[in-house]
Design a protein around this ligand. Sequence first.
Ligand code: SAH
Length: 458
Amino acid sequence: MTKKQALPVKKNDTVTVTIEDLTHEGHGVGKVDGYPLFIPMTLPDEEVKVKVLKTTKNFGFGKLEEMVQASEDRTEPPCPVYDRCGGCQLQHFSYEGQLKAKQKQVKDVLERIGKIKDVPVHPTLGMEDPWRYRNKSQIPVGSESGRIIAGFYATRSHRIVDTDVCLIQEEISDRVMNIVKQEADRFGIQPYDEERHKGVLRHVVVRYGRTSGEVMVVLVTRTKHLPHAEDLIAVLREKVPGLKSVVHNINDQRTNVILGNKGQTIWGSDVIYDSIGEVKFTISARSFYQINPVQTEVLYQKALEYAQLTGEESVIDAYCGIGTISLFLAQKAKKVFGVEIIRQAIEDAKANAELNGFNNTEFEAGPAEEVIPAWHKKGNQADVIVVDPPRKGCDQELLDTMLAMKPKRIVYVSCNPATLARDLRILEDGGYQTQEVQPVDMFPQTSHVECVAWLELA
Ligand code: SAH
């Protein structure tokens, strides 16, 4: 029997550590005799005095008590509610520092989890201006001391941090958020009370087409009726340049899901438009659409470059959403087959293909791990397979089918380096070689990391 080892620190101890790394949540990692402590708001290379808040067998949590030696990359966060809001994690880190840390994170995780070494992980492609990039805002409305508030949730909570500015969302969203807050107050529209499931106005959703300048406002209420709808529309029309659509959505459930199943356009059009590169997209209140259109183009260009299409290829785009990558690929491929689990997204993908005049695309709704094996059984071949799965990565069934189909090239777009590393290992063991990995910063100021990997059949 091994003797239970005492941990090098205990709760309420104060220790001085040097930060060695950042976790995927953006917390600094400092070690005491090899025992890692996770410490929010600290940066690599900083020397900090920390109070231990909690310990578990393999790691602990600490709170920054005093900065002994700050990093040269530490910056003053410009957001007035950065210390309370859960939206951003890295505003205290210079943008250059953020990009380097994301590259390092991808490289380290690929090595640690995937045993993928000696593969170039390029410097993260960042934004020229890493602010005001979000084209969609979902702003919860509530009350505090009898006053209407709206803003974003605090970290891991449903407490609304009231604010009138969010520096990562488009300015137009700030404007709409403040107009609705002010007018709801003036007209006496009750804010939603989440705890008691009472009140009226739950969320304001703003969507913006960056290339078209078109704005959609979605007002989500618990009640069937939106009081003063006409008054609200009049003010929005007067004060929101580019307003194309106002939608009333009803969500009468006790749920974290923002939009309910019932809704209707109460002014203007049902949709707005945006373009990524040469491809135009329709966006409705419910459509999934990439949040950072500038970086989406950078990401898809990279995916297209890695796919190396000549016009002769048959390509599969798995987890295709509304066909964003599929249509990008269709510009250069003979044929693109997209598959996606959400039926409505597939309807949107078909409509987007038609809107852009593509006749070399086909879309099917269903789980990629069932649809693609069925295609394979029918004898369908693919020269290139592109995958862009959710955080949990690709299903084993799909990976097996890809290995059986043997496309000469695989392009893997990932929003989670850990599952990317796991899946690359499986693909490498099945005969593929990872050539390059390119991190792309889709979400500046936050700890999210996106990247695209290129694999060739050896
Ligand atoms: N490629 C798209 C969407 C990527 S997000 C874009 O760039 O816009 C991942 C997508 O995978 C989501 O649309 C999600 O609905 C879908 N998805 C999740 N599980 C799936 C599965 N098992 N099979 C197919 N699609 C799935």
